[in-house]
Design a protein around this ligand. Structure first.
Ligand code: UDP
Ligand code: MG
Length: 330
């Protein structure tokens, strides 16, 4: 009841009705088979909160019937809007496009496969009403994900948490509620490397968590293959911390220390005991080890340099081919 009152207040504030209360942003890549179930579960939940909502579907270069499916939904309800990208730019770029086109007072990124349960939105809105600018939906369990994925995610976020000065909450995906102020702050970040979870965390603002059980995919297979996840993991690491660069320095210092000590020992031994020929194993071991370490360090530098290169090109993050239901083209 309290919530309704608060929502009414905000709805009255933008009497023009131009900016809705809630924007749900859904990146979609080949999700044709999910669309019907998605809408049938999502819209009743939204409707129960307020009628002032919009759903922004981003067609991320799908090759199946996704675009037609979204258009069909747009025709049925003017609150459903479409942003169609010119090709597959990846989830992070699609989400960025969606945020840029959203106009709601609160914005929630949402997965098309219903791995983010719509019911959680009600709870998020309640927390928002209490004055929090960001409401994170944290996964209590990840029954829907494989053991390997759960374990690697766990280790990765532990590592990232150690290295990065921006605390990126573990077990939390893109599913979260953000106040308009937070979304506007995100628009100010110009970088090409979009690790959205990190950028969201970087923006700050008063944050609170709600918990939910993450179910399995509703239909179809994951669209974020192992390759994409690996890229994303690297993006997260290299764009949120320069610790690996510093680590190469320390690694160099440690290895040099051992190398010099060993060289000193060899010198003393040669002077005292004379020339000792055998030593193939130790030479090979040190040559191979040093070669490996140097290549890894070069690789780490390459990761940063490559990102500097990408940023310097200043290419747009996405190209919009077509929109529906949105008055301003961005
Ligand atoms: N997605 C996208 N572009 C891509 C890959 C995925 O827009 O290149 C969307 C996808 O349609 C879904 C969401 O991002 O709505 C999450 O993808 P998925 O469920 O495949 O990832 P997972 O849940 O396995 O991490
Ligand atoms: Mg999924």
């Amino acid at each position: 009841m309290h919530t309704k009152h608060f929502l009414q207040m905000i709805a009255d504030k933008n009497q023009s009705g131009q900016s809705p209360l809630l924007s749900i942003v859904i990146p979609m890549y080949n999700e044709a088979e999910s669309i019907d179930v998605l809408f049938s579960q999502l819209t009743p939940v939204l409707q129960a909160i307020t009628s002032s909502w919009e759903i922004i579907c981003i067609n991320d270069g799908s090759t199946d019937g996704t675009l037609a499916g979204i258009k069909h939904k747009c025709a049925q309800d003017s609150r459903v809007k479409l942003v169609s990208l010119s090709r597959n730019f990846g989830k992070e770029a699609a989400l960025t496009a969606g945020l840029a086109h959203s106009s709601g007072q609160a914005v929630i990124p949402f997965d098309a496969d219903l791995q983010d349960p719509p019911e959680v939105i009600t709870e998020m809105v309640t927390k928002w009403k209490e004055g929090h600018k960001v409401v994170l939906a944290t996964r209590k369990s990840r029954r829907g994900d494989s053991l390997g994925k759960r374990f690697s995610a766990f280790m990765y976020y532990k590592l990232l948490g150690r290295m990065s000065s921006t605390p990126i909450p573990p077990n939390t995906g893109d599913f979260r509620l953000m106040d308009r102020q937070v979304v506007n702050a995100l628009q100010l970040l110009p970088e090409r490397t979009r690790f959205m979870k990190g950028l969201f965390a970087w923006a700050g603002f008063s944050t609170v968590q709600v918990y939910f059980d993450r179910p399995s995919r509703n239909s179809g297979k994951t669209k974020q293959g192992l390759c994409k996840l690996w890229q994303l993991a690297k993006d997260g690491l290299f764009s949120f911390t320069t610790a690996p660069l510093r680590m190469t320095t320390y690694l160099g210092i440690i290895i040099s220390f051992f190398a010099f000590s060993y060289a000193g020992w060899l010198l003393v031994r040669t002077i005292i005991f004379g020339v000792d020929v055998p030593g193939y194993a130790s030479i090979m071991a040190s040559v191979l080890c040093m070669g490996g370490v140097q290549l890894v360090c070069l690789g780490i530098m390459g990761e940063y340099l490559g990102r500097v290169y990408q940023e310097s090109k200043q290419r747009p993050l996405f190209i919009v081919e077509e929109t529906l239901g949105l008055d301003k083209a961005k």
